[in-house]
Design a protein around this ligand. Structure first.
Ligand SMILES: *Cc1c(COP(=O)(O)O)cnc(C)c1O
Length: 440
């Protein structure tokens, strides 16, 4: 396989180079539905928004229809008699989800949606006491996480403005430095009850040093949880070995399981079966063998399934199962290797684009400190307007985070070098025009 760096990219010669690289380092695009282009001269869009909503695997529809047919054929008997019986259906997702996050099967379960799961986990793991009340998040946390932790503080009768600490990058910098996070925890850690950070930041694309920050938080006596919405399926994870207390993620971004797809949860083995941890319970919290004994008191298993509450939506699990099978087949380490090549190539093209335009890449330049996404800050105009023009004039789908960030995520499963070239050259064309028109 030729390596991308053997071809030094340039926008002008880029299309031919991109085609060569797509032959020597192919994607699994054929396994996905790629939306048709809304503009420009190619039939398919250059889809670089998989960080927001992943593409639909071609296999998903048939798998979903098979589950639907089982209901039609079997009615209530499908709970036990469907080919993939509904009662234990979620167990089919456990092992592949555990492999993806580096958890043990007893530590991993697919259920609910992300922010709901964060709340259920905080019921157990955010237990302010005495002077130890603070929750540490990043200042650029996704708003849902920020709302969630603030509401948890209020739930405990605390003032969220005093309780939630938002860590900011140093002045003039876009990414958090690991030593600033661990430094805060060393200095103030005895006031911290919970650290809850995004593994990969949704805005900047920065991958935090999860093991180092987890170790620092735990050494300070805090509980350390991770929101892996932008990390799962994007970067290799080893939650058990990294000693993470808990984590949650969604499945509609890099996991390609469809809008609002079922989410995942990890709780470290040391917390499983602990009778002193508060938890919200329902009939799916009791051990499966006792579920139909209809007793008034739950007998939770010593696994993360104790955090389940309701019987799960079967038709929402098929798409997650299908997607996880794809990750198992391709393998996260092969995906990460291709991701490093693909994003590295886009970065070189973007360097050429940003060199003489009012644009800058805000994602860390060290590949070890990022996933596949590159975020570009635009110096003038609106990010939303720019992404609209990328889509309607060039068929390039990226996404805007107002006021001034456009995110490009070459997803190693289905994005191509040609997609990257299309994005960079469209950006060059559009921003070149707007600079002349706007600020000259
Ligand atoms: C995408 C995302 C969410 C979305 O929350 P839902 O509960 O799935 O709607 C939350 N947090 C982060 C960090 C995200 O990236």
């Amino acid at each position: 396989m030729s390596t991308p760096t053997a071809d030094s990219p340039s926008l002008a010669a880029g299309e031919a180079q991109a085609r060569r690289l797509d032959e020597s380092d192919p994607s699994h695009r054929h396994l996905f539905h790629v939306p048709p282009a809304d503009g420009g001269s190619y039939s398919e869009s250059a889809y670089l928004a998989g960080n927001s909503l992943g593409l639909q695997p071609r296999a998903t529809r048939d798998e979903l229809l098979a589950d639907l047919d089982a209901w039609g054929r079997l009615g209530v008997e499908g709970h036990l008699e469907a080919e993939r019986a509904w009662l234990p259906y979620h167990e089919l997702l456990t092992a592949p989800a555990a492999r993806l996050v580096g958890g043990r099967p007893a530590e991993t379960v697919v259920m609910n949606s992300l922010t709901v799961n964060l709340h259920l986990l905080m019921v157990s793991f955010y237990r302010p006491a005495g002077a130890r009340t603070r929750i540490v998040i990043e200042d650029a946390a996704f708003p849902s996480d920020s709302y969630a932790v603030r509401s948890q503080a209020r739930f405990h009768g605390l003032d969220p403005d005093d309780t939630v600490v938002r860590l900011r990058p140093r002045p003039g910098e876009d990414a958090l430095r690991t030593e600033d996070v661990t430094g805060y925890l060393a200095a103030e850690g005895d006031r911290v009850a919970l650290v809850l950070l995004g593994g990969v930041n949704y805005l900047t694309g920065e991958l935090l040093d999860i093991p180092a920050i987890t170790a620092a938080g735990r050494a300070a006596g805090a509980v350390v949880g991770w929101d892996l919405a932008h990390a799962v399926g994007n970067v290799p994870l080893a939650l058990h070995d990294w000693d993470v207390d808990f984590a949650a993620w969604c499945s509609y971004k890099y996991l390609n399981s469809g809008p609002g797809a079922l989410a995942g949860v990890f709780a470290h083995e040391r917390h499983l079966g602990d009778p002193n941890l508060p938890r919200f319970e329902g009939w799916w919290s009791t051990a499966a063998a006792t579920r139909f004994e209809m007793t008034p008191v739950a007998r939770p298993p010593a696994t993360v399934e104790a955090w389940q509450i309701s019987n799960p939506p079967i038709f929402a699990m098929g798409p997650v199962r299908t997607s996880l099978e794809l990750f198992d087949a391709v393998g996260m380490s092969a995906l990460r290797a291709r991701s490093l090549r693909l994003t590295g190539w886009l970065e070189q093209l973007l360097d050429e684009v940003t060199a003489d335009r009012p644009l800058s890449v805000v994602t860390p330049r060290d590949p070890a400190r990022r996933g596949c996404q590159l975020s570009v800050r635009i110096g003038a105009g609106s990010a939303g307007e720019l992404t609209k023009r990328l889509r309607h004039e060039y068929g390039v789908i990226a996404d805007a985070r107002e006021p001034d960030v456009v995110r490009f995520a070459p997803v190693p499963l289905y994005s191509t070098y040609h997609d990257c070239w299309r994005a960079a050259s469209a950006l060059a064309a559009l921003v070149g025009q707007s600079t002349k028109g706007g600020s000259a």
